[in-house]
Ligand binder design. Structure first.
Ligand SMILES: *Cc1c(COP(=O)(O)O)cnc(C)c1O
Length: 318
C-alpha cells in the first residue's frame, strides 16, 4: 500500500542538442525516466491509481494486455513483484518465447503469462471477450493495454500539477502510444501540446483530435520504422543525442519524439526561441528487446543501457 506513497518529484533538465545540419536546439526535459528503476516513466504514473483502485475494490491481483516487448507488461510485472500483488499478462503471440528479455523479466517477477493469438488479441477491448476473460480470472482487476484508463488519468493529472509547480514553458511534447498520457496532459495542462504518434492508428489520432484538437498538435512519426521497430538513421540519432546530452533515449518512443522535434520542426510549427518542455516517458527497458531482435547492437548501446540502469540511483543526490 505504501509503495506509491513516497513523494517523488522528477527533475527537469535543460539540454542543448546540435543536429547533423548544424542547428542547435534547447530542450527542457521532464525526466520521468528517473522515477523508478523498473516501473518507468508514464507507466509508474498510470499504474499508481490502478493499484489503489484494485486494492480498494478488494481484488487480489491485476491483469492486463501487451505485446511481447511491452513496457507496460514489464512495469506491471515489477509492480506485482514489489507489492506482492499477483499479476496476469495476456500477451499477443502463439507461445511464450523464453529467450525474450521482457517475458523473462515478467516471469521472474511472478507474472502469469497467457498467450492470445492475433485474432483473440484483436478482441482485447471487446465487451464479450473481455467479460469472458474477467469471469475466468474474477479475482483480478483488468487494466487495458498500455494501462490507459480513468484511474491512469489521475496519475497523469499529478504529473501535470508537478510540472506546473516546477517550471514555466510555452508548449510541451510527448510520445503517443495508446494516448492515455497525452490525453491526461491535454486535460490538465493549460499549455498547448505536441503529440508524436509512434503507432499508425488513425482511429486513435482522430479521437484525440476531436477531443483535444484545439490544444494539441498531433503528428505521426513517419519514416522512422513501424511501431516497435527502428531504422539506422533513428539509431544513430538516439546514440548521438545521448552522447551530446547525457540523456538516454530509445528508438520506440522517446527517440521518435526527439527526432521529430529536431527534424520535422516546420510541420510542428516549432519556433527556435520557443520554450519547449519534453516529457521523457521512460521505456529504456525496451532496448533489451531491440538487441534481442537484432535491431540494435549491444556494443553500440552498452553505455546508454548502463546509464539508464543506474540513473534512478543518482536521483537522490541531485
Ligand atoms: C507506453 C509508453 C508511451 C505511450 O504512452 P501512452 O499513454 O500509451 O500514449 C510513451 N513512451 C514510453 C516510453 C512508453 O513506454
Amino acid at each position: 500500500m505504501s509503495f506509491f506513497n513516497e513523494p517523488i518529484i522528477t527533475p527537469i533538465d535543460n539540454v542543448i542538442y546540435r543536429t547533423t545540419r548544424g542547428k542547435t536546439y534547447r530542450f527542457l526535459i521532464k525526466r520521468d525516466d528517473l522515477i523508478h528503476p523498473s516501473i518507468s516513466g508514464n507507466k509508474w504514473r498510470k499504474l499508481k491509481y490502478n493499484l489503489k483502485l484494485a486494492q480498494m475494490k478488494g481484488f487480489a491481483g491485476i491483469a492486463s494486455f501487451g505485446g511481447a516487448f511491452s513496457n507496460h507488461i514489464a512495469a506491471l510485472s515489477s509492480l506485482g513483484h514489489l507489492t506482492q500483488t499477483p499479476t496476469i499478462g495476456f500477451i499477443r503471440g502463439e507461445h511464450v518465447d523464453d529467450a525474450n528479455p521482457t517475458l523473462q523479466l515478467a516471469q521472474n517477477n511472478g507474472m502469469k503469462l497467457i498467450m492470445l493469438n492475433r485474432q483473440d488479441y484483436r478482441k482485447r477491448a471487446e465487451r464479450d471477450f473481455l467479460t469472458s476473460l474477467q469471469q475466468q480470472h474474477s479475482d483480478h482487476f483488468f487494466v487495458p493495454e498500455g494501462g490507459s484508463n480513468e484511474a491512469a488519468q489521475q496519475g497523469i493529472a499529478e504529473l501535470a500539477d508537478e510540472i506546473n509547480s516546477q517550471i514555466n514553458f510555452d508548449r510541451y511534447a510527448v510520445a503517443v502510444g495508446s494516448g492515455g498520457t497525452v490525453s491526461g496532459l491535454a486535460r490538465h495542462l493549460p499549455q498547448h501540446g505536441i503529440g508524436i504518434a509512434v503507432v499508425n492508428d488513425t482511429n486513435l489520432l482522430q479521437s484525440l483530435h476531436s477531443s483535444y484538437g484545439s490544444k494539441l498538435t498531433l503528428h505521426y512519426a513517419h519514416q522512422l520504422g513501424r511501431y516497435g521497430t527502428t531504422t539506422d538513421a533513428l539509431n544513430h540519432f538516439c546514440l548521438d543525442f545521448y552522447g551530446q546530452t547525457g540523456v538516454p533515449i530509445e528508438p520506440i518512443y522517446t527517440g521518435k519524439l526527439f527526432y521529430n522535434l529536431c527534424y520535422h520542426r516546420q510541420e510542428l510549427q516549432l519556433d527556435d526561441d520557443e520554450k519547449l518542455l519534453v516529457i521523457h516517458t521512460g521505456g529504456l527497458q525496451g532496448l533489451k528487446g531491440l538487441i534481442y531482435r537484432q535491431q540494435i547492437s549491444a556494443s553500440d548501446w552498452s553505455s546508454v543501457i548502463s546509464t539508464a540502469a543506474h540513473s534512478h540511483n543518482a536521483l537522490a543526490t541531485r
